[in-house]
Ligand binder design. Structure first.
Ligand SMILES: [Cu+2]
Length: 125
């Protein structure tokens, strides 16, 4: 009987936690994929970043930032879209081995929301 009660309360806790998570969910990220890929382990140094979204990004409302293994900002050049629902930019600084974080922000066509997010990839020789 006691076990049944604790199982019931566990279910209740789980149920309320999932409701809570639902109510507080951020709008879904429009980021679909990236090159280098999210959480990629690379053996070749990337020379560009390319991020693919669920709709065409507005370049004037977008930014990309690449932070290197020691927390340093990498120089990037020429943010543009290849008009394939993407953002693309050239990495100017030499990519040394380590873990990198890409920070992105954008608005996409047909949606006034300003989205932002980040992901990591690792490069090792
Ligand atoms: Cu391009």
């Amino acid at each position: 009987m006691k076990l049944l009660k604790s199982t019931q309360s566990l279910i209740l806790i789980c149920l309320s936690l999932s409701l809570f998570a639902c109510n507080n969910a951020a709008p879904p990220s429009p980021l679909l994929s990236a090159e280098p890929a999210v959480d990629a382990s690379l053996t070749r140094a990337p020379r560009t970043l390319r991020l693919f979204y669920s709709a065409l990004p507005d370049v004037s409302q977008s930014s990309l930032r690449l932070v290197g293994p020691n927390g340093e900002d990498f120089a990037l050049r020429g943010l543009h879209t290849m008009a394939a629902d993407d953002l693309m930019i050239e990495i100017m600084d030499p990519v040394v081995p380590g873990t990198y974080t890409v920070f992105w922000s954008t608005t996409v066509e047909g949606d006034p929301t300003h989205y932002e997010g980040s992901y990591q990839f690792t490069y090792s020789e």
